[in-house]
Design a protein around this ligand. Structure first.
Ligand code: C2E
Ligand code: MG
Ligand code: MG
Length: 590
C-alpha cells in the first residue's frame, strides 16, 4: 500500500497560525503524514488551488482582507467540487457559523485552536474528500465503460454504427468546407466460416479482417463495424472524392490474399458502396443507408463497387412498395404456379415439373420471382409463400392423378426452397402435413436448394435433410457451379441431383470453358452416383452436346417454357406415354 501525505491548505492573514501549525504538526510533517500550504487571503488561496490539484482539505479563517472566508467558500466548489473546508474563527457566534455552513463549510473550529481536535477534524475531512473523489473516479470509469459498450464493437475493438453516425453528423455540420464520403463494405464468405469452422474462428477472422481494413485507411478516417459481415468507413475532409475510389481499390487488392485459420484457407470478397457529401440530406443515417444501397446495387450487378445515385433511391422505393403489395398478394391469392418440364435427355420422357411461382400484380402486371422472392425472403413472407407453393403444387399433382392424366408414381414435382425456409423449424412438419393430406409419397417431391444457400446453412441443414430423406423426399442442388461447394459436404448431404446452372448451358456451344465446366459437373455427379439436370437448354445444338456428355436430364425453353396447368396437361399427354418419341420444341408458354 502506498502512503500519501494529506495536503492541507491553510488560509489566514495572521502569520501566527502558520507558525503554530508548523510547530504543532512538526512530527507529522516529518513523518510525511501532513503537508501544509499557506495563503493569506481568499484570492491567494484560489490561485494556489488552481495551480495545485493535490490539496485534500482547506483550513480557512473568516475575516481576511481582499477576499474573506465566506466569499472564498462560495468559490471553492467551482475549482474542485469534492474539496471541503474547515472554518476556523475567533467569532464563534451563531450567525457566522450558519453563514459558513450555508456556503458549504464542512466543519467549524474556534480559536484558540485545540490542535488534537484539529488533527482529528483534518483526518475526518481528508477521508471524506478522498472517498468522494474515488466515487467520482469509479463513476467516471463506469461511464467510460458504458460509453465503450455504447460506441464500440467488443469483438474487433472498432467503433460501432452509433459512433460512426456521430462522426458523420459532425461532417454534415461542417459541410461548407471540404467534402466527405461514406463507404459501406460487405464481405461474402464470413457466414460460411461461422457455420463451417465455428464461432471462435469466425471471431478471430473478424479481428484479422478489421486489422486488414485498418491498413487501408488514413489515420483521420473512421472505420466502424456495422454487423457481423458489414463495415463502414467515413473519409472526412477530402478535397477529391476520387480518394474514396482509390481506397476501394486498395481494399479490393488487400483482400485478394487469403486468411489462414486453423489450417483452413479462407478467401473473403469485399463488395463496396460509396455515398458522397452531396447527398441531399442532413441525417447521418441517410448517408450510411445510401452507401449500403450502393453496395447492394454493386452486388446485384456482380461488381465490386458502386456510387450512390438518385435512381437507386427510386429502386428502393419500388422495393418498399413491393413489400407491402406482396403481403396483400398473399392474402388475396394473386399468386399462381407455372410448371416447367424436366425431361430425360436419353428418351424424351417427362420426369418432373419444376414448380415456379408467379405474381400478377393488379397494376404492374407480371412480376418476376427473381424480383419478389428476395423481397419475400427479406421480410419473412417467404415462409407463408413457400408453404403455399408446396401445398398448391402437391394439390395440383394430386388433381392430375385423380384425373388420370399421369401415372403419379412416375412423375415428381420439384419445388424451390429458400434458405430462410431451411432455417425454419416448422418446415418438416409442413411437408409431412402436406404429403399426408394429399396422399403423395415423399418420392413424388423433390426439393431444390441453391448451392450457396446449402453451404451457408450447412450446420442447420444436415439434420433436416436427413429427416426429409427418411421420408423419401428427393434433394436437388440448384444453380450448381455458381457457388462455392466443398466436396466433402456434397458427400455428406443426402443429395440426389445436381442441376447445372443455366449460365454454363447458354453458351456451351461457343464457350470452351462452359463446356469444360458442364462436363466436369456431369462427371462429378456420376462419380458421386447422383443424377444431373442441365437447366436452360434453348436449342438443338445445346441438347446434342449435353447428350454427348451423358447428362441425364434437361429443362429449358427448347422443351417448354414454364406452363400453366392446362398447358402442362397437354405436355404430359404428349410426353409421358411415348418415351421414345423424338424430342421437339414444345410451343406452349406462359
Ligand atoms: P431457378 O430455380 O433456377 O428456376 C429456373 C429459372 O430459369 C426459371 O426462372 C425459369 O423460367 C428459367 N428458365 C428455364 N429454362 C430457361 C431457358 O431455357 N432460358 C432462360 N433464359 N431461362 C430459363 P423464373 O421462373 O423466373 O425463376 C427464377 C428463380 O426464382 C428460380 O430460379 C428460383 O430460384 C426462384 N423461384 C421461382 N419460384 C420460386 C418459389 O416458389 N420458391 C422459391 N424459394 N424460389 C422460387
Ligand atoms: Mg430451381
Ligand atoms: Mg436454377
Amino acid at each position: 500500500m502506498t502512503f500519501t501525505s494529506s495536503c492541507i491548505l491553510v488560509v489566514d492573514d495572521e502569520s501566527e497560525l502558520e507558525r503554530l501549525v508548523k510547530q504543532r504538526f512538526r512530527k507529522q510533517i516529518r513523518a510525511g503524514k501532513f503537508e501544509f500550504h499557506f495563503a493569506s487571503n481568499g484570492v491567494e488561496a484560489l490561485e494556489h488551488l488552481q495551480n495545485n490539484c493535490r490539496i485534500d482539505a482547506v483550513l480557512t479563517d473568516l475575516k481576511m482582507p481582499k477576499m474573506d472566508g465566506l466569499a472564498f467558500l462560495e468559490q471553492l466548489p467551482e475549482i474542485d467540487p469534492h474539496l471541503k473546508a474547515i472554518v476556523i474563527s475567533a467569532y464563534g457566534d451563531l450567525p457566522n457559523l450558519r453563514a459558513a455552513m450555508n456556503r458549504g463549510a464542512f466543519d467549524f473550529l474556534m480559536k484558540p485552536l485545540d490542535f488534537r481536535d484539529l488533527e482529528i477534524t483534518i483526518e475526518k475531512t481528508v477521508n471524506c474528500v478522498r472517498q468522494s473523489r474515488e466515487q467520482q473516479h469509479s463513476l467516471e470509469n463506469a461511464l467510460d465503460r458504458l460509453k465503450y459498450y455504447a460506441y464500440y464493437d467488443r469483438a474487433t475493438g472498432l467503433p460501432n454504427e452509433s459512433w460512426l453516425l456521430e462522426r458523420i453528423r459532425s461532417q454534415i455540420e461542417e459541410r461548407c468546407g471540404d467534402g466527405f464520403a461514406v463507404m459501406f463494405v460487405h464481405f461474402d464468405g464470413l457466414r460460411t466460416v461461422k457455420y463451417g469452422l465455428g464461432h471462435t474462428v469466425s471471431e478471430h477472422l473478424s479481428r484479422e479482417l478489421a486489422r486488414r481494413l485498418e491498413s487501408c485507411i488514413r489515420p483521420t478516417d473512421t472505420l466502424a463495424r456495422i454487423s457481423a459481415n458489414e463495415f463502414a468507413i467515413l473519409l472526412p475532409d477530402i478535397e477529391d472524392v476520387q480518394l474514396a475510389r482509390q481506397m476501394a481499390g486498395q481494399i479490393d487488392r488487400a483482400f485478394r490474399n487469403p486468411f489462414y485459420l486453423n489450417g483452413a484457407v479462407v478467401f473473403l470478397i469485399a463488395c463496396m458502396g460509396i455515398a458522397e457529401h452531396t447527398l441531399r440530406s442532413d441525417r447521418p443515417e441517410d448517408f450510411l443507408r445510401a452507401a449500403d444501397l450502393a453496395m447492394h446495387d454493386a452486388k446485384v450487378r456482380q461488381e465490386k463497387l458502386a456510387w450512390f445515385d438518385d435512381s437507386m433511391q427510386s429502386r428502393v422505393s419500388r422495393r418498399l412498395q413491393l413489400e407491402a403489395d406482396l403481403k396483400t398478394a398473399l392474402e388475396k391469392q394473386q399468386l399462381s404456379l407455372r410448371f416447367q418440364p424436366i425431361v430425360s435427355l436419353a428418351t424424351g420422357e417427362l420426369v418432373s415439373f419444376e414448380v415456379l411461382a408467379r405474381w400478377h400484380h393488379p397494376t404492374q402486371g407480371w412480376i418476376s420471382p427473381s424480383e419478389f422472392v428476395p423481397v419475400a425472403e427479406e421480410t419473412g413472407l417467404i415462409i407463408p409463400l413457400g408453404k403455399w407453393v408446396l401445398a398448391e403444387a402437391c394439390r395440383q399433382l394430386c388433381e392430375w392423378r385423380s384425373q388420370c392424366v399421369v401415372e403419379c408414381d412416375l412423375l415428381s414435382i420439384s419445388v424451390n426452397l429458400s434458405g430462410i425456409q431451411l432455417g425454419n423449424t416448422d418446415i418438416l412438419d409442413s411437408i409431412e402435413d402436406i404429403l399426408q393430406s394429399t396422399g403423395l409419397n415423399g418420392s413424388n417431391l423433390k426439393i431444390e436448394i441453391t448451392e450457396s444457400i446449402l453451404m451457408e446453412k450447412v450446420s442447420n441443414a444436415t439434420d433436416l435433410l436427413e429427416l426429409l430423406k427418411g421420408k423419401q423426399v428427393q434433394l436437388s442442388i440448384d444453380d450448381f457451379g455458381t457457388g462455392y461447394s466443398c466436396l466433402s459436404y456434397l458427400q455428406s448431404f443426402p443429395i440426389d441431383t445436381l442441376k447445372i446452372d443455366r449460365t454454363f448451358i447458354q453458351d456451351i456451344e461457343s464457350n470452351r470453358k462452359s463446356l469444360d465446366i458442364a462436363r466436369t459437373i456431369v462427371n462429378l455427379a456420376h462419380s458421386l452416383e447422383l443424377d444431373v439436370v442441365a437447366e436452360g437448354i434453348e436449342n438443338q445444338l445445346q441438347l446434342d452436346i449435353l447428350r454427348s456428355l451423358s447428362c441425364d436430364y434437361g429443362q429449358g425453353f427448347f422443351f417448354a417454357k414454364p406452363l400453366d396447368k392446362d398447358a402442362a396437361i397437354d405436355f404430359m399427354k404428349r410426353h409421358t406415354l411415348f418415351p421414345n418419341r423424338p424430342i421437339l420444341n414444345s410451343e406452349s408458354s406462359a
